[in-house]
Ligand binder design. Structure first.
Ligand SMILES: [Cu+2]
Length: 350
């Protein structure tokens, strides 16, 4: 009698554990900010669709399997003298559970392979905007080919502090190249134009990842990789969108929590202290110490909004500083990018 009761308690607890775990598996990602960031490239619509189809199929199977398991555990607890029934073979069942998953998997793999080919095996369109991105522990460097549209030769021997990419000064094509040294600038690219990124690495494997544009490609030492995509939104447009959604009055406590969670916030208005001196300017970033000053000046409620920048992240665990290997991408109309380029000093004049 006692053993029978214990078997029943165990089976109920196990079934409960499975159901709670199942709910948790959905609740945790849905409550946190874990979903894909809003899309900002052309090809990304297709990868997102495939991602959602794959997730829908696998999540459905996952739920069915877990619920069936929970039901069977709950329905058939240990009972003295009862033996599990089994049979050796059932061609019909085995065919079903082999063929159905095989067909679904094949469909998913073929649509994935087709999409992969569309992204990776199509020629870079003529007239694409070309930029070279070089990864090193733990920074990104950028190089633009300049007016001639050609990158100058590079040599590993020439790499030093002055010439971090080892560009060969004897190559005429290198004279007008524009080099943005590692960690010292932003990647500027045009919107609504094909952008080709040539990828290199100076030391170990890195992975060039633009989460908003659904672009991810390894940078391999000794090789020049290539990936192209079409950005569909400028940084200014996305900044405006986020500002419209988030601009309101915040308490200092709210802002402290949000900034601590890593979200960049800007002050919408200028705030002064009693003597009339400005503590925080309008459209200035709100940092931990600016919140401190606002509190001392007696401002409890601040009109603020969330700031935004497209990011480059390294998606390859490339060493101890991997987490800080980030960069900023500025997407703008081509004319603005060209204007910015014309303001930079070419390699030959440095
Ligand atoms: Cu890296």
């Amino acid at each position: 009698m006692f053993r029978k009761q214990r078997g029943q308690i165990h089976s109920r607890l196990m079934a409960l554990f499975i159901v709670v775990g199942l709910i948790g598996a959905f609740l945790v990602p849905l409550r946190g900010n874990w979903w894909l960031p809003a899309l900002a490239s052309e090809h990304g619509a297709a990868t997102d669709r495939l991602f959602i189809i794959t997730l829908a199929i696998t999540a459905t199977v996952f739920v069915i399997v877990q619920l069936t398991l929970a039901y069977l555990v709950w329905r058939y607890p240990y009972r003295e003298g009862r033996r599990a029934e089994y049979f050796l073979e059932s061609t019909k069942m085995e065919m079903t559970w082999t063929i159905v998953p095989a067909v679904i998997m094949t469909m998913l793999i073929f649509s994935g392979a087709r999409l992969w080919a569309q992204i990776y095996y199509t020629k870079v369109p003529d007239g694409a905007f070309v930029v070279e991105v070089t990864g090193e522990q733990f920074k990104w460097a950028f190089r633009y080919p300049g007016k001639d549209g050609k990158f100058g030769r590079t040599k590993a021997k020439l790499i030093d502090d002055e010439n971090p990419l080892g560009v060969d000064p004897d190559d005429p094509a290198s004279q007008d190249d524009i080099v943005i040294p590692p960690g010292q600038g932003e990647l500027h690219i045009p919107v609504h134009r094909p952008v080709e990124v040539r990828l290199r690495s100076k030391d170990v494997l890195h992975s060039f990842f633009l989460p908003h544009m659904r672009v991810k490609q390894d940078a391999v030492p000794g090789m020049t990789g290539s990936i192209w995509f079409v950005p569909t939104q400028t940084t200014a447009e996305r900044k405006g969108e986020i500002r419209r959604k988030t601009e309101r009055i915040y308490t200092l406590r709210e802002l402290r929590r949000l900034i601590k969670a890593g979200l960049p916030f800007m002050s919408a208005e200028a705030y002064k202290d009693q003597s009339g001196e400005e503590v925080v300017g309008a459209d200035a970033p709100l940092l931990a110490d600016s919140l401190e000053k606002l509190q001392q000046a007696g401002h409890e409620r601040i009109k603020a909004y969330q700031d935004f920048n497209f990011e480059i992240v390294c998606a390859e665990l490339c060493g101890l500083g991997h987490y800080q290997m980030k960069g900023t991408v500025v997407v703008a109309p081509l004319s603005e990018v060209e204007e910015w380029l014309s303001e930079q000093t070419p390699f030959g004049e440095e």
